[in-house]
Design a binder for this molecule. Structure first.
Ligand SMILES: Cc1cc2nc3c(=O)[nH]c(=O)nc-3n(C[C@H](O)[C@H](O)[C@H](O)COP(=O)(O)OP(=O)(O)OC[C@H]3O[C@@H](n4cnc5c(N)ncnc54)[C@H](O)[C@@H]3O)c2cc1C
Length: 470
C-alpha cells in the first residue's frame, strides 16, 4: 500500500489530505517560506499520532508536527516532502485540578484561559497570536507574550508532557512534582520546535487572576524617552506584568484599525500594566507615572475600567493584523537586545529601513528587550522580497553585536537556522546536534530545522580541536 492508503486505513479518508490543492493550506506558516508536503493528517488520539509516525517512517518519509501554523520562523514548513501531523483536533481539556490541567496540544491558547476563567484562573503566557495559536505550538517554540515579563515564558508554565518519539513510542516527561527526579527532559523539549518528538498532551500550570490590575498608556515625543522610561522602571525595582512599546507608524496603523483613541501624533507609546493587591498596584502605577514624566512623557492615561483596558490590549494584540491596511505582505522580525541598548539598536534599525527603502513599523515587548520590527511590503514588486530578507539579516546581526540574540520568542525554524553560528560556536552546536541525535538518530522529525548543516564537530573537519588534540 502507498503511504496515503495506509494513513487512510488508520484515520479514515476524511482526516488524510493529499490532493495538491488541499496541501496548499499546509505548505507554509505565517512566515514567508513555503515547503513541500507529501500528505497532511489530522489525528485525534496519541495512538493515532504514533501510528502515523511509524507508518511514515516505514515509507522513509520525514514527519513534521503542526499546530495552527501561526509560527513566523518556518518551523512547521517542511524542508523536504514530509508527512504533516496537524494537532488541532486534539483540543481536549482534562483533569483540571487546582491550578494544573492536562490538555491536548491543539487547545488554542486563549481558549484555555476562557475555559478556566470561572475558576478565577488563567494561563499566563499570552502571545499576541493567542486567539489562533495552539499550546502544542507554544510548547515547541517556548512562546512568549506581553505578560511574560513578570510571569516568564512558556517553559515556566509547563510541568510535564506526553510525547510520541521518532520511533512512534509514547513517553512521559516531567509531572506534577515541582522537582521531578531524573534528567529534566521536559525543559529540553520546550522550545525544540518539533525536532525531538510530537507533543500529544501537556500538563500546564494555571495562574490565579490578580485581585487588582492597572493599565497605563504613556505617550512620548521621542523613542529615546520611551526607551529610557522602560530602563528606569525596571531599574526602580518594579517588574510590571507587561511593558509594551509601539512607534508612531505602528500607532497610526493600529488606530485606523481598532479606533481605541491611541495618540497618532506621538513618536512612541508605552502600555504598562501592573497587577497584585490594590495598594501595591496603586503605588507601582504612581511610580511608573512619575518615572515616565521625569523621562519626558507628554501624557499618562490610566484605563478607567475593564472596557478601556480591553481596548488598549485589543490595539496591541491586533497590531500585526492592522498592518494589512498598509501593504499586502509583511515580514515580522524577532530579535532581543539588552534593555540598556534599546535606543541605540532602534536607531540602527530605522537606518537599515531607510538604506533599503523599506517601510518599517515597530511594536515590541520593550520590558524584555524583545524587538519586533515589521516590514510592510508588496512581494509582487521585483527585488522587494530579497531587499526585505537582506534587511532582516542586518537587523539580526546588529542585535547580536549589541549583546542580544537571534530570536526573542518566535524560534529559529528555517528563518534563523543559518545564523545560529552568530551565537554558538562549533562545540555548542555539536552538543545540541548530539542531543537531537539521542532523541532522533535518523533525523525523521522536522529535518533541516534549528541547527545549520554541519553542526556536528566532524562536519567542521575537527577544526574545533586545538593543535595536537586527536
Ligand atoms: C500575528 C502574530 C502574532 C504573534 N505573536 C507572538 C508573540 O507575542 N509571542 C510568540 O512567542 N509568538 C508569537 N507569534 C508566533 C506564533 O504564534 C508562535 O510561535 C506560536 O507558538 C506558534 O503556535 P502554532 O500552534 O501556530 O504552531 P505552528 O506554527 O503550527 O508550529 C510552530 C512550531 O511548533 C512545532 N509544533 C507545533 N505543534 C507541535 C506539537 N504538538 N509537538 C511538537 N512540535 C509542535 C512545529 O513543528 C513548528 O516547529 C505570533 C504570530 C503571529 C502571526
Amino acid at each position: 500500500m502507498s503511504l496515503v492508503e495506509e494513513l487512510k486505513a488508520i484515520l479514515g479518508s476524511d482526516r488524510v489530505h493529499s490532493h495538491p490543492l488541499e496541501l496548499l493550506v499546509y505548505n507554509k506558516d505565517a512566515g514567508v517560506t513555503t515547503g513541500a508536503v507529501a500528505a497532511a493528517v489530522l489525528p485525534e488520539t496519541t495512538q493515532e499520532v504514533a501510528a502515523c509516525v511509524r507508518t511514515a517512517r516505514r515509507h522513509g518519509v520525514p514527519v513534521v508536527a503542526r499546530g495552527a501554523g501561526t509560527g513566523l520562523a518556518g518551523g512547521a514548513v517542511p524542508t523536504e516532502p514530509a508527512l504533516l501531523v496537524v494537532l488541532t483536533r486534539m483540543n481536549q481539556v482534562w483533569d483540571l485540578d487546582g491550578t494544573t490541567a492536562w490538555i491536548g496540544p491543539g487547545v488554542l491558547n486563549l481558549d484555555l484561559s476562557r475555559h478556566t476563567a470561572d475558576k478565577g484562573l488563567h494561563y499566563a503566557p499570552d502571545p499576541s497570536s493567542q486567539a489562533a495559536c495552539t499550546i502544542g505550538g507554544n510548547v515547541a517554540t517556548n512562546a512568549g507574550g506581553p505578560h511574560c515579563l513578570a510571569e516568564g515564558t512558556t517553559v515556566a508554565h509547563i510541568l510535564g508532557m506526553e510525547m510520541v518519539t521518532a520511533d512512534g513510542d509514547v513517553v512521559h516527561l516531567g509531572g506534577q512534582s515541582p522537582d521531578p527526579i531524573g534528567l529534566d527532559l521536559r525543559g529540553v523539549v520546550v522550545g525544540s520546535e518539533g525536532t525531538l518528538g510530537i507533543v500529544t498532551k501537556v500538563l500546564v500550570k494555571l495562574t490565579e487572576n490578580p485581585p487588582a490590575v492597572r493599565t497605563l498608556l504613556l505617550t512620548f515625543e521621542t523613542i529615546r524617552d520611551a526607551a529610557a522610561t522602560v530602563s528606569a522602571t525596571i531599574a526602580s525595582g518594579i517588574v510590571p506584568a507587561a511593558l509594551e512599546m509601539m512607534d508612531q507608524p505602528m500607532v497610526i496603523a493600529v488606530e485606523a484599525f481598532t479606533r481605541g483613541g491611541l495618540p497618532v501624533d506621538a513618536a512612541a507609546v508605552l502600555i504598562a500594566e501592573v497587577v497584585g493587591l490594590d495598594a501595591g498596584v496603586a503605588a507601582e502605577a504612581a511610580t511608573i507615572e512619575r518615572i515616565a514624566v521625569e523621562q519626558g512623557a507628554t501624557s499618562v492615561k490610566v484605563a478607567a475600567d475593564e472596557e478601556e483596558r480591553a481596548l488598549l490590549w485589543k490595539a496591541r494584540k491586533n497590531a500585526f493584523g492592522a498592518v494589512a491596511q498598509a501593504a499586502p505582505d509583511y515580514y515580522l522580525h524577532d530579535t532581543v537586545v539588552p534593555r540598556t541598548r534599546l535606543v541605540e539598536v532602534m536607531a540602527k534599525i530605522y537606518e537599515i529601513g531607510d538604506t533599503h527603502g523599506i517601510k518599517m513599523l515597530n511594536v515590541f515587548h520593550a520590558g524584555d528587550g524583545n524587538l519586533h520590527p515589521l516590514v510592510a511590503y508588496d512581494a509582487r514588486e521585483p527585488g522587494m522580497a530579497e531587499k526585505v530578507r537582506a534587511a532582516a539579516e542586518e537587523m539580526v546581526r546588529i542585535s547580536v553585536a549589541a549583546g542580544g540574540s537571534l530570536t526573542g520568542e518566535h524560534g529559529v525554524g528555517l528563518e534563523k537556522r543559518d545564523l545560529m553560528t552568530l551565537v554558538f560556536d562549533p562545540v555548542d552546536l555539536d552538543a545540541q546536534a548530539r542531543l537531537r541525535e539521542a532523541f532522533d538518530p535518523d533525523g525523521v522529525l522536522n529535518p533541516g530545522k534549528i541547527l545549520p548543516r554541519g553542526s556536528r564537530c566532524y562536519d567542521y573537519g575537527m577544526a574545533v580541536l586545538s593543535e595536537g588534540e586527536e
